[in-house]
Design a binder for this molecule. Sequence first.
Ligand code: E4P
Length: 219
Amino acid sequence: FHLYLDSADLSELKTCLPHPVVHGVTTNPTLLKRAGIGRGEVPGLLKRCIELGARQVQAQVYSSEVDGMLEDAAALLSHFDRGQLVVKIPATRQGLDAGARLIAQGVPVTWTAVYAPEQAHFAAQLGAAYAAPYLGRLDDAGVNGLALIAQMQALVALRPSSGTRLLVASIRSREAYLALLALGVGAITIPPRLFAELLDHPATLAAERGFLADARALP
Ligand code: E4P
């Protein structure tokens, strides 16, 4: 299981990294804009995440055309060792084309903004590393996001040799995270503030305070 942190804010990421259960960091242009990061700063930001213990980092292409996507991918990949950077590409017609070419070169690819089971199946058919559906945004659209993701998971599981994992994004609560774990999805990306909530259970912290007090009182 791969747990990612979904953020481009280094100060926020530093509150969670390094951490042994975190596989990596995912970003997209919206997260970059929110964090005030320019395109030229993306490789540096993600290399810093690797120094902080991320095993893989993900950055998205900026173009919507095949050639532009491939140029964006090549520019990003030039800064990383093989396998460190996963190239995120929206699961459009052009994105599938560009992604398939990258996969043929051995580049790990995430097809992102996946909203339908057949898109997840294309990812598994072509051997993408990940297909990324957005749970919260599916629910926002009035769809039962969890049921749809269950359908995607069943299709991906039919092709285990592809190695494709669902990487579920747009997770807004602990309940959503737990429901996805129960479905057996292969990867989840969550905002650092939700990760902190999962790490710091109030009852565990209270129990620890009790143990510490008792430890101090021991002869
Ligand atoms: C995915 O790549 C997005 O960063 C993110 O998960 C979307 O989350 P939101 O729908 O809560 O904004």
